[in-house]
Design a protein around this ligand. Structure first.
Ligand SMILES: *Cc1c(COP(=O)(O)O)cnc(C)c1O
Length: 382
């Protein structure tokens, strides 16, 4: 990319490649629709208006984890009856928003929450559709901070609570159980955890069938990972393989709809963080590249030890050197990577941190009173 094009915008800034976004969304829909699967886009990955508008235009539903996300989804044109609302700690006010809009489902994470929704639905004179988020105790084999389907995690209803929940259900006259919901974690790159999930879902689905509870939909959550190390060679996740695993191993009853909630896999690779080198500082064992972007713009490395592919866009050098690439924030965790191979780098070079379209811009913080620059959209591939 030409330096002239880069310097038009104040760094650091998020840049979105809408062409790649469109291609990714189309492929995901094509492979899901082969089996009649429904995809809800998990808003928490990226709530940029233009991105939401594009996703909405391609007939995705929405998966929300806060009342404001439910409001945002509706404002952007997502159909309320395609909105799933998850989260372990929904406030009364947030539940009220879901009730008012008669959303597709509340994905409920505890017996207590179901009782509260029942009471609030009674006050609103509504029947709330709920899905039971069950903890399948399946190891997603991903970073421990983004593993959610183990008994030790705070998410979901555990199997030993189900029997007593079923005896309670007839007295909860303002809720209707319509689905079973699962979400085992994020950035899952092996298909084995998804296969194990299917096997567990079949058992649980059968358990409800035996007890005469009609389950209308199964929601398998999200979690499909992307290739953070080779984003250019491998920009779009293998949706064909992913949905194929569910088609092969899941045994739904004939009337059951199958839903997914994908976030990262739909939007991660279409985003980059463009930043400028402020200083190259000699260290004792290593040289530091100090960027004008830090953990305030992209917190994933500090929060989950995530590593993004980093590239020097403007260096003319043919030499490659190794650098510790860090931000300007006064925290030692403000580091994007150690021993990163970059073309020889100097002050003023532009650096691209790849695959930041998911859990990037949405996690920007105002720590250190940092400024937030406008995002840039690329409508065509460069
Ligand atoms: C975060 C989340 C998702 C999306 O996860 P990705 O890994 O981004 O696909 C889906 N469902 C629930 C309940 C979530 O919390």
């Amino acid at each position: 990319m030409k330096k002239e094009a880069l310097i038009q915008h104040k760094t650091p800034y998020y840049q979105y490649n809408l062409d790649l976004l469109n291609q990714t969304l189309d492929l995901a829909q094509t492979h899901a629709l082969k089996y009649g699967y429904h995809i809800h886009y998990a808003l928490k990955a990226n709530t940029n208006d233009r991105i939401l508008e594009i996703i909405r235009s391609k007939s995705f539903g929405a998966d929300c984890v806060s009342g404001n996300e439910v409001k945002k989804a509706i404002e952007k044109g997502f159909a309320p009856n395609q909105i799933a609302f998850a989260g372990v700690g929904k406030s009364d006010e947030e539940i009220g928003i879901g009730l008012e809009h008669e959303i597709f489902t509340f994905n409920c994470e505890s017996v207590e929450e179901i009782e509260v929704i029942n009471d609030l639905a009674a006050q609103h004179n509504k029947i709330a559709n709920i899905a039971l988020r069950l903890n399948p105790n399946v190891d997603a084999k991903t970073h421990k901070y983004i593993t959610t389907g183990l008994e030790e995690n705070k998410f979901g209803i555990n199997h030993w609570e189900l029997e007593s929940l079923l005896t309670k259900l007839p007295s909860l006259s303002h809720i209707k159980v319509t689905g079973l919901h699962f979400h085992i974690g994020s950035q899952i790159t092996s298909m084995t955890p998804f296969k194990n999930l299917c096997i567990r879902v079949n058992e649980l689905n059968h358990w409800f069938l035996e007890r005469g509870v009609r389950i209308e939909h199964l929601n398998l959550g999200g979690g499909l990972g992307i290739d953070y190390q080779h984003p250019t060679e491998n920009p779009i996740p293998d949706f064909e393989l992913f949905f194929g695993v569910f088609n092969q191993f899941l045994e739904p009853q004939p009337h059951q709809e199958i839903h997914f909630e994908l976030g990262r896999s739909l939007v991660a690779n279409c985003g980059s963080l463009i930043t400028k080198v402020l200083y190259v500082k000699k260290g004792v064992k290593t040289n530091f590249v100090i960027l004008d972007a830090g953990m305030t713009e992209l917190i994933r490395p500090a929060l989950y030890q995530a590593s993004h592919f980093i590239e020097n866009l403007t260096s003319d050098s043919t030499e490659v050197e190794f650098y510790d690439v860090v931000g300007p924030i006064c925290e030692s965790s403000d580091c994007f990577g150690k021993k990163i191979a970059l073309k020889q780098t100097k002050r003023g070079d532009f650096i691209k941190i790849h695959s930041t379209g998911a859990y990037g811009e949405v996690m920007v913080s105002g720590y250190n009173l940092r400024e937030q620059n406008p995002v840039v959209f690329l409508d065509e591939r460069f």
